[in-house]
Design a protein around this ligand. Structure first.
Ligand code: KIV
Ligand code: ZN
Length: 525
């Protein structure tokens, strides 16, 4: 196994990691993120040394605009990017949103394929070329760093794609992204597109080419790597591979493929890979999208060895069946960590080891909850602590809080929930019945905090093994087109359910209405 240190780390082989979890990832149905969640994720991505964070699509809504702007204010190391269609209003809104960033980027795009030109844009090739020049020029006048994307590039006529890329370079784009928007290409074909552009477009040697692959045929990671081998030096990715439809190339898979196979893929990234698992868990928690057990790199089973032969091999030497170390991606495994006698200092050190650097208030809050958990649960594992801290961070300054819950469940229905909530500082209690204990709990919440939201997702999973494991619950609610996810962890599944539902309600009321951008793509150029 060759480490990145062993491969030549010249600038020419440096691959820029562009994370679009908060933009393309957020376009996954139901994956919308609140401003607080985006800010927290931005911190994790920055800790991980992601080069570019695409924080949203500022024209899409005031919420998206503000989220990009707030991320731009707090991120100091990574470039913060906002997406814009090829329209004046889009570009100006994106420029405004990234203005506070130490390093800001406008990412503007226009469709180039015949399918999109004819059916969406109703524009001729000449119109598209003019709009590319106009949009990139306008963006460059407002921001020093501009990326241009040829939407649906892989279904675009090659000669026309070359002309579009040339126009974007001439107008001042420094990064040229070649998206496989519909997940249609395959590795050797995608590599040919990059080779063709790099060899034949004037000025190609002055810009960075970028991959952006969707996973409709399960080829997003393979295609991205083929793009890198053909000369691309930026890869667009999303944590856990989330994104439109089947998603984007997964950050963790691209980073670790480049790292583990540096012998054959002599490229390197600046990513601190030990933050990967934390990012994966956080994204899963805030979106409510579970990570499949056998998911490469971040799945629960990614480093589990079940068969006797494998276990025997790993015990003798891990290299027998492990091509990377779990700790390289921040998978500490479920090692027993602490108990109720552990002190605050040890707790803080443990958190640091898990990638958390909490302020004093957040630390005190998390420590208090850890002590409560240690009272209830004999063995507290790393995964328990991660769930507990993420849970505390998600809760923030909630308007509605769960004070007390008692549930009568069992074979004789109806099940009954006695619930006390604190709503805007006022304590309210109610008893409700339901078709099962969870239904009873949710009905009681409805009585105490009336709302019109519809439950879209209710999901429970055990954080660790054993009957005393914490239940991690995700709830997604929808009201008038607004979607919010809430999560909570507790050793009591019903308490976690109540807290997750209430957390989703809090997030919902905090969320500004998000309007889908109209499909117009070019105006004013
Ligand atoms: O898939 C795609 O084409 C995109 C562009 C906006 C870059 O997400
Ligand atoms: Zn995309």
């Amino acid at each position: 196994m060759t480490t990145p240190e062993a491969s030549a780390q010249s600038e020419k082989n440096r691959v820029v990691i562009f994370d679009t979890t908060m933009r393309d990832g957020e376009q996954s149905p139901g994956a919308s993120m609140s401003m607080e969640e985006k800010l927290e994720l931005a911190k994790i991505l920055e800790d991980m040394r992601v080069d570019v964070i695409e924080a949203g699509f500022p024209i899409a809504s005031n919420g998206d605009f503000e989220a990009v702007r707030e991320v731009a204010k707090i991120v100091t190391e990574s470039t913060v990017c906002g997406l814009a269609r090829a329209g004046i209003a889009d570009i100006e809104r994106a420029a405004e949103a990234v203005r506070p960033a130490k390093r800001g980027r406008i990412h503007t795009f226009l469709s180039t394929s015949p399918q999109h030109r004819d059916y969406i844009l109703r524009m001729s090739q000449a119109d598209v070329l003019d709009a590319v020049t106009g949009s990139v020029t306008h963006a460059r006048n407002l921001c020093g760093d501009v990326e241009w994307s040829a939407q649906d590039a892989t279904r675009t006529e090659r000669d026309f794609l070359r002309r579009c890329v040339e126009a974007a370079i001439r107008a001042g784009a420094q990064t040229i992204n070649i998206p496989d928007t519909v997940g249609y290409t395959y590795p050797s074909e995608y590599a040919e597109v990059f080779k063709d552009l790099i060899e034949n477009v004037p000025g190609a040697d002055q810009v960075i080419f970028s991959t952006h692959c969707h996973n409709d045929l399960g080829l997003a990671v393979a295609n991205s790597l083929a793009g890198v081998q053909a000369g691309a030096r930026q890869v667009e990715v999303a944590v856990n591979g989330i994104g439109e439809r089947a998603g984007n190339a997964a950050l963790e898979e691209i980073v670790m493929a480049l790292r583990v196979r540096a012998d054959r893929l002599p490229y390197w990234t600046g990513i601190q890979s030990q933050h990967i698992t934390r990012a994966s868990r956080y994204v899963s928690a805030i979106t409510g999208f579970p990570v499949q057990f056998n998911k490469a790199i971040v799945g629960k089973n990614a480093f589990a060895h079940e068969s006797g032969i494998h276990q025997d091999g790993v015990l003798k030497n891990a290299v027998t069946y492990e091509i990377m170390r779990p700790e390289d991606v921040g998978q500490g495994g479920s090692n027993l960590v602490m108990g109720k006698h552990s002190g605050r200092h040890a707790f803080r050190e443990k958190l640091k080891g898990l990638g958390y650097d909490l302020g004093q208030n957040a630390l005190n809050e998390a420590f208090g909850r850890f002590k409560d958990l240690a009272d209830k649960k004999k063995h507290v594992f790393d995964d328990d602590i991660v769930a507990l801290v993420d849970d505390s961070l998600a809760r923030g300054q909630d308007r509605i809080q769960v004070k007390a819950l008692r549930v009568i469940a069992g074979t004789e229905g109806p099940q009954e929930a006695h619930l006390t909530l604190v709503v805007d500082g006022e304590e309210r209690s109610a008893t409700a019945t339901g078709d099962g204990p969870v239904d009873a709990v949710f009905n009681a919440i409805h009585e105490l905090a009336p709302h019109g939201a519809v439950l879209r997702l209710f999901q429970v999973h055990a954080v660790t093994e054993g009957t005393d494991a914490q239940a991690q619950v995700s709830v997604r609610l929808e009201e008038d087109g607004r979607i919010a996810t809430g999560q909570a962890a507790d050793t009591d599944t019903l308490t976690a359910s109540a807290m997750a539902y209430v957390n989703a309600l809090n997030n919902l009321s905090a969320r500004k209405e998000k309007t889908a951008p109209a499909p117009i793509v070019a105006s004013g150029f």
